[in-house]
Unconditional design. Structure first.
Length: 419
């Protein structure tokens, strides 16, 4: 599995639009991660229910599933920068609503799920636009570095957000939601400062045919279909992170601060991995790297279910994030390289459905499974299922598992040599 060093991993940050975009994304993700820790801990304290933890994921995924194809069409027919600004604004509104709910002193949990439906709706429109816009912000020869740095900046926030959220929760959830609202306000302002990135606008009228164009495209590309469906089913069954509030409370016997460290560990592993990828991007044996990353994810989940030691749990979660980062990096490059700009929003929407299903629906599945089988058994089952899916997909999609180089690799190398 060879990689090729790149000495200009951070050179693309000289691009003003990219720097502003990444800054906005870090601020927004930091706020969302803080808020996620507070919501999970608050709901579990109110209900002491594993099923309720699963409903947190379902509340975010249900509107996502309904709206995502329309969101992909919007990303291809409207300015993607403006869409992202409005979505950050909607997320700001959810922080304000959670703040108001907590201030009210209500002990009824359903308003939290209703607020998360709004958050899930904003996320549905955010993901296709934010995935599709990156290809428009940097030159073709710098795209792989931009992807790695985008992932790095995202995971910086994923690292800091849960820890900060857990520490601030000592002052109450109102403090977390207030700080999240401030950060999201800054995120809106920063994103609005970017200039509109050039994009190929789709002018076809909206119809079922245009809405389903992205799905047809993915279905016609076995490499893309295999990559995003592998992530869907592997993470769907291995979504142990949704159970971390209960795992921290019942197995490790720690508090909200400890939960914050547990939530940040996957992001730490992913960030370290993504920084390495910025300087040593994967060039050869792409398929082996991708399946290896998913296998590490499954093995780390098994380790998490086996241990009751806080330090070992942190290490397992760190490895889980690193393995996931490798597969995410490769999948994102495959989708973007293979997709024409005119339909990139709709293809990104399909990719977002798979990501959302694996994350939020995976959280719901984990909550249901834990309610039936118990917390530890559910985590074990998730890790084992991930490994089974990895082996099965290697057989079902040999074109992906045996892939050596990325598509258009030669064109990128030529462009980089001329730069």
């Amino acid at each position: 599995m060879s990689v090729k060093s790149s000495s200009n991993g951070f050179a693309v940050l000289r691009n003003r639009n990219l720097s502003l975009y990444l800054s906005s994304r870090v601020l927004g993700t930091l706020a969302v991660q803080m808020q996620s820790v507070a919501v999970g801990w608050q709901v579990y304290q109110m209900t002491h229910s594993l099923f309720a933890l699963g409903l947190i994921g379902l509340a975010q995924f249900a509107p996502f599933l309904v709206l995502i194809l329309w969101a992909g069409h919007i990303a291809d027919t409207h300015n993607r920068r403006n869409i992202i600004v409005w979505c950050f604004g909607a997320q700001l509104a959810t922080s304000a609503l959670l703040l108001a709910f907590t201030w009210s002193g209500s002990t009824i949990v359903w308003p939290v799920f209703a607020i998360l439906v709004i958050f899930g709706s904003a996320r549905a429109f955010m993901m296709p636009a934010s995935q599709a816009v990156l290809k428009n912000l940097v030159p073709h020869e710098s795209f792989s570095q931009a992807v790695a740095l985008s992932s790095s900046s995202f995971h910086v926030a994923v690292i800091a957000g849960p820890v900060l959220g857990g520490l601030l929760y000592a002052f109450g959830p109102t403090t977390v939601y207030l700080v999240a609202a401030i950060l999201l306000t800054l995120s809106v302002i920063t994103m609005a400062m970017t200039t509109s990135a050039p994009q190929v606008m789709n002018t076809a009228p909206v119809s079922w045919s245009t809405l389903l164009e992205g799905l047809r495209f993915v279905w016609s590309r076995p490499i893309v279909l295999g990559a995003i469906s592998l992530d869907l089913f592997a993470v769907l069954f291995g979504g142990a992170t949704a159970l971390l509030p209960a795992y921290a409370h019942d197995i490790l016997h720690t508090d909200a601060s400890g939960l914050g460290w547990l939530r940040t560990a996957p992001g730490a592993g992913a960030a370290i991995c993504s920084i390495a990828l910025a300087f040593f991007p994967i060039r050869r044996r792409v398929g082996a790297w991708m399946f290896g990353g998913v296998a590490v994810f499954g093995l780390a989940t098994l380790t998490l279910g086996w241990t009751a030691n806080f330090s070992i749990a942190l290490i397992a979660l760190c490895l889980l994030g690193a393995g996931d980062m490798v597969s995410v990096y490769i999948r994102h490059l495959l989708v973007q390289y293979e997709t024409p700009d005119a339909i990139r929003g709709r293809v990104s929407a399909v990719n977002s459905v798979f990501i959302g299903a694996s994350n939020e629906l995976g959280e719901f599945e984990s909550g249901i499974t834990a309610g039936w089988l118990g917390l530890v058994r559910a985590i074990f089952l998730g890790g084992a299922a991930t490994l089974v899916v990895t082996g099965l997909w290697a057989v079902l999609f040999p074109v992906l598992s045996k892939m050596d180089r990325f598509p258009h690799h030669d064109a990128e190398e030529k462009a980089r040599a001329q730069a």
